[in-house]
Design a binder for this molecule. Structure first.
Ligand SMILES: *Cc1c(COP(=O)(O)O)cnc(C)c1O
Length: 379
């Protein structure tokens, strides 16, 4: 019995061929025809105006903040419940942070808390330079409301759609609601290039992003630099791999939905067990299925930790939900608006193996093992 991972890459012959195609045709050219095509295809898929293929989602967030001209002392407000990358990126540019708690409907940034905080900030003349709204576990935040609020106050909205490529909100693609959107192609994301990311936004800004990502080198023969740049461009080989993955993304998303549905039907009727709500106004990418455990309502003494431990013993990877940013030592003292919802999600959430390559047999193994962990008669 092999180990079952949380979200392993789902790659096969199509990806292998794409990689070899890029290798055979473009290895010796410094140009990136696969990169150009990958950017165009991401725009075609999401409806974004323009794109810049980069080495990671974190690099995309970093460049978005630079394009938004966020600098030392400026405030950036970020979802409290998130993977750390957007918060780190805000620190790279010297920004002051403020965390906004989740709401229950989507588990993402609470638009009401954001609205209230914007009112106070406007009155005190301390509006943020940017808001980074994260689409958690593949589900979009209430982006129509968040985008309207940011517009109203003239604040740059950056959408961190690293976990949500393939998702929509009110029919529109994740990543396209703010001025900038960031995607990740890390090995554990819904589609992968091994490592990579993409920034999307207005055409002139993406041109500048590509320039900054290539050491800010001026288009002249000698090496001319007027400002600081970064080495953030995605390699042509990996872009080839990304194109193959993107072609399969609709099928990958559908498979993730099947997996989610199977978990819900097998475990959802147990007293005390529930799942991350999927808000009907959007369609999540289904990147990870997150189960919630209400220990007071359970018939057994199981806890999220005991369930993860039981699964680990059977070579199944399961993890708690993201630990909120306000509870991280690295960000101690950062002002946080709310925080109780994020805390509760962290205390109750269990991410189950959800990779699109998960076989029915392997999912049955995960379910059986979870049922054992929940059985009042066991341990
Ligand atoms: C994975 C992730 C990122 C960062 O992407 P990398 O490609 O790993 O740098 C950013 N934000 C969120 C919410 C993520 O989950």
């Amino acid at each position: 019995m092999g180990r079952i991972h949380l979200s392993p890459p789902d790659v096969g012959e199509t990806e292998r061929e794409a990689l070899l195609r890029a290798f055979d045709s473009n290895w010796i050219t410094p140009l990136g025809p696969e990169v150009d095509a990958f950017e165009a295809e991401i725009c075609g898929f999401t409806g974004a105006h323009a794109a810049a293929a980069l080495v990671s989602g974190t690099a995309a967030l970093h460049l978005a903040l630079i394009l938004a001209e966020v600098g030392p002392g400026d405030e950036v407000w970020v979802s409290d419940l998130t993977f750390v990358a957007p918060v780190n990126a805000a620190r790279y540019v010297g920004a002051e942070l403020r965390f906004i708690d989740s709401e229950w409907a989507t588990w993402n940034m609470d638009p009401d808390l954001l609205a209230n905080e914007l009112v106070s900030a406007a009155a005190a003349d301390r509006l943020p330079k940017a808001v980074i709204a994260v689409d958690l576990y593949g589900q979009c935040a209430q982006l129509d409301r968040i985008a309207a609020l940011c517009d109203q106050y003239g604040v740059c909205l950056i959408e961190d759609a690293a976990e949500a490529l393939g998702a929509t909100w009110q029919g529109r693609s994740a990543g396209t609601f703010g001025r900038y959107g960031a995607y990740s192609f890390n090995g554990n994301k819904i589609m992968t290039t091994g490592g990579g990311g993409m920034l999307v936004g207005p055409a002139e800004d993406m041109e500048r992003a590509r320039y900054l990502a290539a050491q800010a080198r001026k288009p002249v023969l000698h090496y001319e630099h007027d400002e600081i740049g970064y080495n953030y461009r995605l390699s042509n080989l990996l872009a080839g791999l990304g194109r193959a993955q993107l072609g399969r993304l609709p099928a990958i998303v559908d498979r993730c939905h099947e997996i989610n549905g199977e978990y819900r039907s097998a475990l959802g009727s147990i007293e005390g067990i529930d799942f991350m709500p999927w808000d009907g106004r959007g369609r999540p990418s289904g990147w990870l299925t997150v189960m919630t455990v209400d220990t007071d309502a359970l018939a057994s003494a199981a806890t999220p930790e005991s369930i993860c431990a039981h699964l680990a013993k059977q070579e199944i990877e399961a993890r708690p939900a993201w630990k909120p940013m306000h509870a991280q030592k690295a960000f101690a003292g950062v002002p946080t608006i709310g925080g109780a919802v994020a805390d509760q999600i962290f205390q109750t959430g269990v991410c189950l193996p959800s990779g699109s390559g998960l076989s029915e047999t392997d999912q049955a193994r995960v379910i059986a093992s979870t049922l054992e962990a929940l059985d009042p008669r066991s341990g």
